[in-house]
Design a protein around this ligand. Structure first.
Ligand SMILES: O=C(CO)[C@H](O)[C@H](O)COP(=O)(O)O
Length: 209
C-alpha cells in the first residue's frame, strides 16, 4: 500500500499545526518542509510529534554534510524519518544512517538535483537508507515542460524502495502508486488547496480506491 505524505511547506509552527490538525486523518506521514525547519527550528518537529504521536513525522533536513550530527538532532527532537541529500558524499549518508540506528529511526535520501537518479538510487540503497526520494523540487517543477512522468520512470527502473515528490496531484497520484512508489508526497496540492482536508481526502481516496 502506497503511503500518503503531506509536505508542510509553511513557515510557522502555528500554521503547520493548523494544517496538520485538518489533514492528519487522511495522511500516513507528516513532513516538516525544509523552509519550515529553517524558519521555526527543531522545536517545530517536537510540536508536530506531540500533536500527532500516531503519525510518522518526517523532517526534511536535506542534509549536505555532518550527516550524523544533523540527523541526530532531528531524531532527538522527535522525528521518525529524516532526509539527507543523495548528492551528498557517501560518508554523510552513512553518518545519517548511523544516527538512525542509534534512535531506531529511518533515513531517506533525497535525489533532488541528482543528474543520474537511477544510478545514484542504486548506490544509495546499499548504504542503509529506508528508501530514496525521487524528487523534482519546486524550482525544477517551475521549468517549462516539467512532467512528473520522468520521476515515475526512474523509480520503476531503479528497482529500489522509493517515494515520489514533485507536484503530485489528485490526477497523478494513481500513476505514482502504479509506478510502485512506497510513498506519494503531496505539498502544494494540499496546503494551497481552498479546503486542505478535502484535498488530502481526495488524494488518499485516489490511492486506495
Ligand atoms: O521538498 C520539497 C521541495 O524541495 C517539497 O516539500 C516537495 O517537492 C513536495 O511538495 P510539492 O508537492 O509542492 O512538490
Amino acid at each position: 500500500m502506497t503511503k500518503l505524505q503531506v509536505a508542510v511547506d509553511l513557515l510557522t509552527t502555528a500554521d503547520a499545526l493548523a494544517l496538520t490538525n485538518k489533514v492528519a486523518p487522511y495522511v500516513d506521514i507528516i513532513e516538516l518542509g525544509t523552509p519550515l525547519i529553517k524558519s521555526a527550528g527543531l522545536s517545530a518537529i517536537s510540536a508536530i510529534k506531540a500533536a500527532h504521536p500516531d503519525k510518522e513525522v518526517f523532517a526534511d533536513l536535506k542534509t549536505a554534510d555532518a550527516g550524523f550530527l544533523e540527523a541526530d538532532l532531528a531524531f532527538s527532537a522527535g522525528a521518525d524519518l529524516v532526509t539527507v541529500l543523495g548528492a551528498a558524499g557517501d560518508a554523510t549518508i552513512k553518518g545519517a544512517v548511523e544516527a538512525g540506528q542509534k534512535h531506531g529511526k529511518k533515513v531517506v535520501a533525497d535525489l533532488i538535483g541528482v543528474e543520474n537518479r537511477v544510478e545514484r538510487a542504486r548506490e544509495i540503497a546499499k548504504l542503509g537508507v529506508a528508501f530514496v526520494e525521487i524528487h523534482a523540487g519546486l524550482d525544477e517543477q517551475a521549468q517549462p515542460g516539467y512532467s512528473i512522468q520522468t520521476l515515475l520512470d526512474d523509480g520503476k527502473i531503479a528497482g529500489v524502495p522509493f517515494s515520489v515528490a514533485g507536484g503530485v496531484k489528485v490526477d497523478t497520484i494513481k500513476a505514482v502508486r502504479d509506478a510502485g512508489a512506497d510513498v506519494a508526497v503531496a505539498g502544494g496540492a494540499i496546503y494551497s488547496a481552498a479546503d486542505p482536508a478535502a484535498a488530502a481526502k481526495a488524494l488518499k481516496d485516489a490511492l486506495t480506491k
